[in-house]
Design a protein around this ligand. Structure first.
Ligand code: NAD
Ligand code: DAU
Length: 352
Protein backbone atom coordinates (compact mmCIF):
# COMPACT_ATOMS: atom_id res chain seq x y z
CA UNK A 1 0.00 0.00 0.00
CA UNK A 2 1.13 3.54 -0.64
CA UNK A 3 -0.11 7.10 -0.38
CA UNK A 4 0.93 9.87 -2.75
CA UNK A 5 1.69 13.28 -1.28
CA UNK A 6 2.22 16.23 -3.62
CA UNK A 7 4.16 19.20 -2.25
CA UNK A 8 5.55 17.09 0.58
CA UNK A 9 8.78 19.10 0.81
CA UNK A 10 6.90 22.26 1.83
CA UNK A 11 5.84 23.41 5.27
CA UNK A 12 2.61 21.49 5.89
CA UNK A 13 3.46 18.57 3.59
CA UNK A 14 6.71 17.78 5.40
CA UNK A 15 5.03 18.05 8.80
CA UNK A 16 2.35 15.67 7.52
CA UNK A 17 4.90 13.09 6.32
CA UNK A 18 6.81 13.21 9.61
CA UNK A 19 3.56 12.81 11.50
CA UNK A 20 2.28 10.02 9.23
CA UNK A 21 5.44 7.92 9.45
CA UNK A 22 5.40 8.13 13.24
CA UNK A 23 2.48 5.73 13.30
CA UNK A 24 2.47 4.03 9.90
CA UNK A 25 4.84 1.90 7.82
CA UNK A 26 2.93 2.55 4.63
CA UNK A 27 5.08 3.81 1.74
CA UNK A 28 4.83 7.59 1.20
CA UNK A 29 5.53 8.79 -2.33
CA UNK A 30 6.42 12.47 -2.20
CA UNK A 31 6.08 14.26 -5.55
CA UNK A 32 7.44 17.79 -5.29
CA UNK A 33 8.86 20.16 -7.85
CA UNK A 34 11.13 21.78 -5.23
CA UNK A 35 10.11 25.36 -5.91
CA UNK A 36 11.76 28.04 -3.75
CA UNK A 37 9.44 26.81 -0.92
CA UNK A 38 10.33 23.12 -1.17
CA UNK A 39 13.12 21.94 1.09
CA UNK A 40 14.20 18.32 1.33
CA UNK A 41 16.18 19.15 4.45
CA UNK A 42 12.82 19.10 6.28
CA UNK A 43 12.73 15.36 5.62
CA UNK A 44 16.38 14.51 6.23
CA UNK A 45 15.31 12.18 9.07
CA UNK A 46 14.10 9.80 6.31
CA UNK A 47 17.34 9.83 4.29
CA UNK A 48 17.86 6.10 4.87
CA UNK A 49 14.22 5.19 5.34
CA UNK A 50 12.65 3.20 2.52
CA UNK A 51 9.15 4.26 3.67
CA UNK A 52 9.72 7.69 2.10
CA UNK A 53 10.26 7.86 -1.66
CA UNK A 54 10.97 11.33 -3.03
CA UNK A 55 10.34 12.11 -6.70
CA UNK A 56 11.18 15.53 -8.05
CA UNK A 57 8.34 16.43 -10.40
CA UNK A 58 5.71 18.97 -11.29
CA UNK A 59 1.96 18.44 -10.93
CA UNK A 60 1.64 20.29 -14.25
CA UNK A 61 3.51 17.43 -15.95
CA UNK A 62 0.98 14.74 -16.90
CA UNK A 63 3.57 12.17 -18.01
CA UNK A 64 5.23 12.26 -14.60
CA UNK A 65 1.92 12.00 -12.75
CA UNK A 66 0.80 9.08 -14.88
CA UNK A 67 4.09 7.28 -14.41
CA UNK A 68 4.00 7.76 -10.62
CA UNK A 69 0.40 6.52 -10.38
CA UNK A 70 0.98 3.47 -12.56
CA UNK A 71 4.23 2.55 -10.84
CA UNK A 72 3.15 2.89 -7.20
CA UNK A 73 -0.66 2.38 -7.32
CA UNK A 74 -1.43 4.67 -4.37
CA UNK A 75 -4.66 4.09 -2.46
CA UNK A 76 -4.89 7.82 -1.69
CA UNK A 77 -3.55 11.17 -2.87
CA UNK A 78 -3.12 14.26 -0.70
CA UNK A 79 -2.61 17.37 -2.80
CA UNK A 80 -0.56 19.93 -0.88
CA UNK A 81 1.39 21.21 -3.90
CA UNK A 82 0.70 24.89 -4.47
CA UNK A 83 2.07 28.35 -4.70
CA UNK A 84 1.01 29.48 -1.24
CA UNK A 85 2.11 33.06 -0.51
CA UNK A 86 -0.50 35.81 -0.99
CA UNK A 87 2.09 38.61 -1.41
CA UNK A 88 3.88 36.68 -4.16
CA UNK A 89 0.54 36.18 -5.92
CA UNK A 90 0.10 39.96 -5.95
CA UNK A 91 3.53 40.52 -7.52
CA UNK A 92 3.21 37.66 -10.02
CA UNK A 93 -0.04 35.70 -10.31
CA UNK A 94 0.98 33.51 -13.24
CA UNK A 95 2.75 30.76 -11.28
CA UNK A 96 -0.38 30.53 -9.11
CA UNK A 97 -2.58 29.95 -12.14
CA UNK A 98 -0.16 27.34 -13.47
CA UNK A 99 0.30 25.26 -10.35
CA UNK A 100 -2.85 25.85 -8.36
CA UNK A 101 -5.33 25.67 -11.24
CA UNK A 102 -3.69 23.83 -14.13
CA UNK A 103 -1.56 21.63 -11.88
CA UNK A 104 -4.59 20.55 -9.86
CA UNK A 105 -6.51 19.95 -13.09
CA UNK A 106 -3.74 17.76 -14.53
CA UNK A 107 -3.44 15.83 -11.28
CA UNK A 108 -7.20 15.29 -11.14
CA UNK A 109 -7.47 14.20 -14.74
CA UNK A 110 -4.58 11.72 -14.55
CA UNK A 111 -6.02 10.45 -11.27
CA UNK A 112 -9.41 9.90 -12.89
CA UNK A 113 -7.81 7.81 -15.66
CA UNK A 114 -5.90 5.75 -13.10
CA UNK A 115 -8.93 5.37 -10.82
CA UNK A 116 -11.21 4.32 -13.71
CA UNK A 117 -9.06 1.22 -14.23
CA UNK A 118 -9.15 0.08 -10.59
CA UNK A 119 -11.36 -2.84 -9.53
CA UNK A 120 -14.55 -1.91 -7.70
CA UNK A 121 -13.18 -2.42 -4.16
CA UNK A 122 -10.09 -0.30 -4.77
CA UNK A 123 -12.22 2.29 -6.54
CA UNK A 124 -14.50 2.58 -3.52
CA UNK A 125 -11.61 2.80 -1.08
CA UNK A 126 -9.65 5.42 -3.05
CA UNK A 127 -9.47 9.03 -1.76
CA UNK A 128 -8.26 12.24 -3.43
CA UNK A 129 -7.83 14.76 -0.61
CA UNK A 130 -7.34 18.35 -1.73
CA UNK A 131 -5.77 20.66 0.87
CA UNK A 132 -7.26 24.12 0.52
CA UNK A 133 -7.68 27.33 2.43
CA UNK A 134 -10.24 29.41 4.34
CA UNK A 135 -9.24 32.36 2.11
CA UNK A 136 -11.60 31.08 -0.62
CA UNK A 137 -14.50 32.44 1.48
CA UNK A 138 -13.18 36.00 1.32
CA UNK A 139 -13.11 38.33 4.29
CA UNK A 140 -15.24 38.78 7.43
CA UNK A 141 -16.39 41.88 9.30
CA UNK A 142 -15.70 42.08 13.03
CA UNK A 143 -18.99 40.49 14.15
CA UNK A 144 -19.71 38.16 11.22
CA UNK A 145 -20.06 34.47 12.07
CA UNK A 146 -17.05 32.30 11.23
CA UNK A 147 -16.78 30.61 7.80
CA UNK A 148 -18.95 27.49 7.37
CA UNK A 149 -18.64 24.94 4.59
CA UNK A 150 -21.79 26.42 3.02
CA UNK A 151 -20.39 29.98 2.80
CA UNK A 152 -20.19 31.52 -0.67
CA UNK A 153 -16.80 31.56 -2.34
CA UNK A 154 -15.60 35.20 -2.53
CA UNK A 155 -11.82 35.03 -3.04
CA UNK A 156 -10.02 38.38 -3.03
CA UNK A 157 -6.41 37.72 -4.02
CA UNK A 158 -4.95 35.94 -7.04
CA UNK A 159 -3.78 33.24 -4.59
CA UNK A 160 -7.23 32.64 -3.08
CA UNK A 161 -8.89 32.87 -6.50
CA UNK A 162 -6.56 30.17 -7.80
CA UNK A 163 -7.28 27.96 -4.78
CA UNK A 164 -11.04 28.59 -5.19
CA UNK A 165 -10.76 27.54 -8.80
CA UNK A 166 -8.93 24.35 -7.85
CA UNK A 167 -11.64 23.55 -5.26
CA UNK A 168 -14.31 23.91 -7.95
CA UNK A 169 -12.43 21.54 -10.23
CA UNK A 170 -12.11 18.97 -7.43
CA UNK A 171 -15.82 19.28 -6.68
CA UNK A 172 -16.69 18.81 -10.34
CA UNK A 173 -14.60 15.63 -10.62
CA UNK A 174 -16.63 14.13 -7.80
CA UNK A 175 -20.00 15.18 -9.17
CA UNK A 176 -19.28 14.41 -12.81
CA UNK A 177 -17.04 11.34 -12.68
CA UNK A 178 -17.67 10.00 -9.18
CA UNK A 179 -14.01 10.40 -8.14
CA UNK A 180 -13.98 10.06 -4.33
CA UNK A 181 -12.69 13.49 -3.37
CA UNK A 182 -12.52 15.38 -0.08
CA UNK A 183 -11.72 19.09 0.23
CA UNK A 184 -10.38 20.61 3.43
CA UNK A 185 -10.30 24.38 3.96
CA UNK A 186 -8.08 25.37 6.82
CA UNK A 187 -6.95 28.55 8.50
CA UNK A 188 -3.42 29.95 8.99
CA UNK A 189 -0.98 27.24 10.05
CA UNK A 190 2.12 27.85 12.15
CA UNK A 191 4.88 25.61 13.47
CA UNK A 192 8.25 24.14 12.48
CA UNK A 193 9.60 24.32 8.90
CA UNK A 194 7.49 27.29 7.77
CA UNK A 195 9.23 29.34 5.11
CA UNK A 196 10.36 32.71 6.54
CA UNK A 197 8.27 34.76 4.11
CA UNK A 198 5.13 34.08 6.21
CA UNK A 199 4.30 36.33 9.17
CA UNK A 200 5.43 34.24 12.17
CA UNK A 201 8.79 32.91 10.91
CA UNK A 202 9.54 36.25 9.19
CA UNK A 203 9.05 38.14 12.46
CA UNK A 204 11.22 35.68 14.42
CA UNK A 205 13.97 35.86 11.79
CA UNK A 206 13.90 39.65 11.51
CA UNK A 207 13.88 40.08 15.28
CA UNK A 208 16.97 37.92 15.66
CA UNK A 209 18.68 39.68 12.73
CA UNK A 210 18.05 43.12 14.23
CA UNK A 211 15.82 44.09 11.29
CA UNK A 212 12.45 45.93 11.31
CA UNK A 213 9.36 43.83 12.14
CA UNK A 214 7.00 44.88 9.30
CA UNK A 215 3.31 45.16 10.15
CA UNK A 216 1.02 45.82 7.21
CA UNK A 217 -1.46 48.70 7.65
CA UNK A 218 -2.79 49.05 11.20
CA UNK A 219 -1.98 45.46 12.25
CA UNK A 220 -5.59 44.88 13.30
CA UNK A 221 -6.26 42.19 10.68
CA UNK A 222 -7.33 38.92 12.27
CA UNK A 223 -6.27 35.38 11.42
CA UNK A 224 -7.37 32.10 13.05
CA UNK A 225 -4.09 30.38 13.96
CA UNK A 226 -3.86 26.60 13.75
CA UNK A 227 -0.86 24.62 14.99
CA UNK A 228 0.40 22.53 12.09
CA UNK A 229 0.27 19.19 14.00
CA UNK A 230 -3.42 19.78 14.74
CA UNK A 231 -3.96 20.34 11.03
CA UNK A 232 -2.09 17.13 10.14
CA UNK A 233 -4.23 15.14 12.60
CA UNK A 234 -7.37 16.58 11.01
CA UNK A 235 -6.14 15.57 7.55
CA UNK A 236 -5.46 12.02 8.73
CA UNK A 237 -8.99 11.78 10.12
CA UNK A 238 -10.48 13.19 6.93
CA UNK A 239 -8.51 10.64 4.92
CA UNK A 240 -9.54 7.73 7.14
CA UNK A 241 -13.16 8.58 7.88
CA UNK A 242 -14.22 11.55 5.73
CA UNK A 243 -17.17 11.16 3.38
CA UNK A 244 -16.36 11.40 -0.35
CA UNK A 245 -17.73 14.56 -1.92
CA UNK A 246 -17.67 16.43 1.39
CA UNK A 247 -15.85 19.58 2.47
CA UNK A 248 -14.39 20.00 5.96
CA UNK A 249 -13.34 23.34 7.44
CA UNK A 250 -10.40 23.17 9.85
CA UNK A 251 -9.57 26.06 12.18
CA UNK A 252 -7.62 26.75 15.32
CA UNK A 253 -10.49 28.47 17.23
CA UNK A 254 -7.84 31.02 17.86
CA UNK A 255 -8.44 34.49 16.44
CA UNK A 256 -5.63 37.01 16.97
CA UNK A 257 -4.71 40.33 15.40
CA UNK A 258 -1.39 40.51 13.60
CA UNK A 259 -0.16 43.05 16.13
CA UNK A 260 -0.96 40.64 18.99
CA UNK A 261 1.01 37.91 17.21
CA UNK A 262 4.05 40.11 16.69
CA UNK A 263 3.98 41.41 20.27
CA UNK A 264 3.65 37.86 21.60
CA UNK A 265 6.71 36.74 19.62
CA UNK A 266 8.67 39.74 20.93
CA UNK A 267 7.64 38.89 24.47
CA UNK A 268 8.80 35.25 24.13
CA UNK A 269 12.10 36.32 22.58
CA UNK A 270 12.60 38.94 25.31
CA UNK A 271 12.62 36.14 27.85
CA UNK A 272 14.42 33.44 25.83
CA UNK A 273 17.12 35.54 24.17
CA UNK A 274 17.05 39.16 25.43
CA UNK A 275 18.52 41.88 23.22
CA UNK A 276 22.00 42.88 24.36
CA UNK A 277 20.88 46.53 24.85
CA UNK A 278 18.19 45.44 27.34
CA UNK A 279 15.35 46.85 25.21
CA UNK A 280 12.39 44.79 24.03
CA UNK A 281 12.25 43.37 20.50
CA UNK A 282 9.03 45.46 20.23
CA UNK A 283 11.34 48.42 19.53
CA UNK A 284 11.87 46.88 16.07
CA UNK A 285 8.14 46.98 15.13
CA UNK A 286 7.51 49.11 12.05
CA UNK A 287 4.12 49.81 10.47
CA UNK A 288 4.50 49.58 6.69
CA UNK A 289 2.28 50.02 3.64
CA UNK A 290 -0.72 47.71 3.65
CA UNK A 291 -1.11 44.65 1.40
CA UNK A 292 -3.36 45.55 -1.59
CA UNK A 293 -6.83 44.04 -1.10
CA UNK A 294 -5.83 42.85 2.38
CA UNK A 295 -8.54 40.60 3.88
CA UNK A 296 -9.52 41.97 7.27
CA UNK A 297 -10.55 38.88 9.17
CA UNK A 298 -10.63 35.10 8.80
CA UNK A 299 -12.32 32.78 11.28
CA UNK A 300 -13.26 29.16 10.75
CA UNK A 301 -16.29 27.34 12.08
CA UNK A 302 -14.96 23.80 12.59
CA UNK A 303 -18.20 22.30 13.99
CA UNK A 304 -18.61 19.85 11.12
CA UNK A 305 -15.22 18.14 11.50
CA UNK A 306 -15.61 18.27 15.29
CA UNK A 307 -18.97 16.50 15.17
CA UNK A 308 -18.44 14.10 12.28
CA UNK A 309 -14.79 13.16 12.67
CA UNK A 310 -14.34 13.92 16.39
CA UNK A 311 -11.47 16.33 15.72
CA UNK A 312 -10.61 19.38 17.75
CA UNK A 313 -7.37 21.36 18.05
CA UNK A 314 -5.25 20.18 20.97
CA UNK A 315 -2.49 22.79 21.05
CA UNK A 316 -3.23 26.07 22.82
CA UNK A 317 -1.86 29.16 21.12
CA UNK A 318 0.31 29.84 24.19
CA UNK A 319 2.07 26.47 23.99
CA UNK A 320 2.11 26.31 20.17
CA UNK A 321 3.76 29.68 19.68
CA UNK A 322 6.25 28.98 22.46
CA UNK A 323 7.27 25.69 20.79
CA UNK A 324 7.45 27.42 17.41
CA UNK A 325 9.73 30.23 18.60
CA UNK A 326 11.92 27.64 20.35
CA UNK A 327 12.10 25.56 17.14
CA UNK A 328 13.34 28.59 15.17
CA UNK A 329 15.88 29.40 17.89
CA UNK A 330 17.15 25.81 17.76
CA UNK A 331 17.19 25.70 13.95
CA UNK A 332 18.81 28.96 12.91
CA UNK A 333 21.04 27.02 10.53
CA UNK A 334 17.93 25.79 8.72
CA UNK A 335 16.82 29.40 8.27
CA UNK A 336 20.26 30.64 7.28
CA UNK A 337 20.46 28.03 4.52
CA UNK A 338 17.17 29.37 3.11
CA UNK A 339 18.29 32.99 3.14
CA UNK A 340 19.71 32.60 -0.34
CA UNK A 341 19.92 35.05 -3.22
CA UNK A 342 16.32 34.29 -4.18
CA UNK A 343 15.03 35.05 -0.69
CA UNK A 344 17.03 38.27 -0.49
CA UNK A 345 15.63 39.42 -3.84
CA UNK A 346 12.10 38.73 -2.64
CA UNK A 347 12.54 40.65 0.62
CA UNK A 348 14.06 43.58 -1.26
CA UNK A 349 11.13 43.75 -3.68
CA UNK A 350 8.35 43.22 -1.10
CA UNK A 351 9.61 45.55 1.63
CA UNK A 352 11.19 48.21 -0.59
P1 NAD B 1 4.55 25.75 0.93
O1 NAD B 1 4.64 26.89 -0.01
O2 NAD B 1 5.37 25.74 2.16
O3 NAD B 1 4.87 24.40 0.15
C1 NAD B 1 4.37 24.11 -1.13
C2 NAD B 1 5.12 22.91 -1.68
O4 NAD B 1 4.58 22.61 -2.97
C3 NAD B 1 6.62 23.15 -1.86
O5 NAD B 1 7.35 22.04 -1.39
C4 NAD B 1 6.78 23.30 -3.37
O6 NAD B 1 8.04 22.89 -3.85
C5 NAD B 1 5.67 22.41 -3.88
N1 NAD B 1 5.21 22.78 -5.23
C6 NAD B 1 4.93 24.03 -5.68
N2 NAD B 1 4.54 23.98 -6.97
C7 NAD B 1 4.58 22.67 -7.33
C8 NAD B 1 4.28 21.98 -8.53
N3 NAD B 1 3.88 22.61 -9.65
N4 NAD B 1 4.41 20.62 -8.56
C9 NAD B 1 4.84 19.95 -7.45
N5 NAD B 1 5.15 20.57 -6.29
C10 NAD B 1 5.01 21.90 -6.23
O7 NAD B 1 2.99 25.62 1.27
P2 NAD B 1 2.30 25.15 2.63
O8 NAD B 1 2.17 26.30 3.53
O9 NAD B 1 2.94 23.89 3.08
O10 NAD B 1 0.83 24.84 2.06
C11 NAD B 1 0.49 23.54 1.60
C12 NAD B 1 -0.93 23.57 1.08
O11 NAD B 1 -1.81 23.99 2.12
C13 NAD B 1 -1.15 24.56 -0.06
O12 NAD B 1 -2.04 23.97 -0.98
C14 NAD B 1 -1.80 25.77 0.59
O13 NAD B 1 -2.64 26.44 -0.31
C15 NAD B 1 -2.58 25.11 1.70
N6 NAD B 1 -2.82 25.94 2.89
C16 NAD B 1 -1.77 26.47 3.59
C17 NAD B 1 -1.99 27.20 4.75
C18 NAD B 1 -0.87 27.81 5.57
O14 NAD B 1 -1.16 28.52 6.54
N7 NAD B 1 0.39 27.54 5.25
C19 NAD B 1 -3.31 27.41 5.18
C20 NAD B 1 -4.35 26.90 4.42
C21 NAD B 1 -4.10 26.13 3.29
O1 DAU C 1 -5.70 31.55 5.81
C1 DAU C 1 -4.92 30.54 5.25
C2 DAU C 1 -3.77 31.16 4.48
O2 DAU C 1 -2.85 31.65 5.45
C3 DAU C 1 -3.09 30.18 3.54
O3 DAU C 1 -3.99 29.77 2.56
C4 DAU C 1 -1.85 30.81 2.90
O4 DAU C 1 -1.17 29.84 2.12
C5 DAU C 1 -0.94 31.31 4.00
O5 DAU C 1 0.19 31.96 3.44
C6 DAU C 1 -1.69 32.26 4.93
O6 DAU C 1 -2.03 33.50 4.25
P1 DAU C 1 -1.91 34.92 4.98
O7 DAU C 1 -1.79 35.96 3.96
O8 DAU C 1 -2.93 35.06 6.03
O9 DAU C 1 -0.47 34.65 5.74
P2 DAU C 1 0.81 35.59 5.92
O10 DAU C 1 1.71 34.88 6.89
O11 DAU C 1 1.39 36.02 4.63
O12 DAU C 1 0.22 36.88 6.65
C7 DAU C 1 -0.50 36.76 7.86
C8 DAU C 1 -1.02 38.15 8.20
O13 DAU C 1 0.10 38.98 8.54
C9 DAU C 1 -1.71 38.85 7.05
O14 DAU C 1 -2.79 39.63 7.55
C10 DAU C 1 -0.64 39.77 6.46
C11 DAU C 1 0.19 40.12 7.68
N1 DAU C 1 1.63 40.35 7.41
C12 DAU C 1 2.32 39.42 6.72
C13 DAU C 1 3.67 39.62 6.45
C14 DAU C 1 4.45 38.59 5.65
C15 DAU C 1 2.25 41.50 7.92
O15 DAU C 1 1.60 42.34 8.59
N2 DAU C 1 3.58 41.67 7.66
C16 DAU C 1 4.31 40.79 6.94
O16 DAU C 1 5.52 41.04 6.70
Amino acid sequence: MAILITGGAGFIGSNFIIDWLETSNELVINLDKLSYAGNLENLSCFDNDTRHKFIQGDICDRATISSVLNTYHPRAILNFAAESHVDRSIHGPEDFIQTNILGTFNLLDETRKFWDKLDQTNKNDFVFLHVSTDEVYGTLKAHDPAFCESNRYEPNSPYSASKASSDHLVRSYHHTYGLPTIITNCSNNYGAFQFPEKLIPLIIHNALSNKPLPIYGDGQQIRDWLYVSDHCRALKLALQSGTPGEVYNIGGLNEKTNLEIVEKICHILDSKLPRTDGLSYKEQIQFVEDRPGHDRRYAVNADKIQKELKWSPQESFESGIEKTVQWYLDNQLWVSRIISGDYRDWVKRQYA
